[in-house]
Ligand binder design. Structure first.
Ligand SMILES: Nc1ncnc2c1ncn2[C@@H]1O[C@H](COP(=O)(O)OP(=O)(O)OP(=O)(O)O)[C@@H](O)[C@H]1O
Ligand SMILES: [Mg+2]
Length: 161
């Protein structure tokens, strides 16, 4: 089942990122899809900070992968420019993904075959202006239920704001 949340601005998307972070354990992978400027990095930055990463979290488009030390290692990959990676590029990109780290992967499709099954899949669509439609899918019913609860909780918070 897909949980859906309509984000009205970057701070809403950040709340989704922090909520997803709370569900993650070492070894988990989160993949993020959506057009340029959809808010993937915005979500990952908030998730990384929620996992204890201090300091700036910037888009790794040119580095392909950034690694951070939070309460657990946090990897942030952006495979956008890896159109059709060879084995070496794929290996380099995936070096920071492993059983001890939590990994967030933007534009994951080129590297998907090298990744463990993602715990959470995030799809972000532009909805006009600052509106974004976020769709969240979990790898298992428990994760789906948690994602549904997260979206319900955020909707309630914003209704009462
Ligand atoms: N509701 C929203 N959620 C997230 N970002 C938003 C929202 N409304 C406006 N923005 C703005 O959109 C931009 C999103 O940029 P971001 O780098 O997070 O996108 P991205 O999906 O990672 O893009 P890319 O594919 O280039 O990596 C930011 O400037 C952010 O402030
Ligand atoms: Mg990005």
């Amino acid at each position: 089942m897909t949980a859906e949340f309509v984000s009205g601005g970057p701070e809403h998307t950040e709340q989704v990122g922090a909520g997803i972070a709370a569900l993650l354990q070492p070894g988990d992978v989160v993949v993020l899809r959506g057009d340029l400027g959809a808010g993937k990095t915005t979500l990952v930055r908030a998730a990384a900070h929620a996992l204890g990463v201090e300091g700036p979290v910037t888009s790794p488009t040119f580095a392909i992968a950034n690694s951070y030390a939070g309460r657990m290692p946090v990897a942030h990959l952006d495979a956008w420019r890896l159109g059709d990676p060879d084995d070496e590029e794929l290996g380099l990109a995936l070096e920071s993904v492993g059983p001890d780290a939590v990994a967030f992967v933007e534009w994951p499709d080129a590297v998907l075959h090298g990744l463990p099954q993602p715990r959470v899949r995030v799809d972000i669509a532009h909805g006009g202006g600052d509106t974004r439609v976020l769709r969240l899918d979990g790898a298992d019913p428990g994760t789906d239920a948690s994602l549904e609860a997260l979206c319900d909780d955020l909707r309630a918070r914003h209704r009462n704001a």
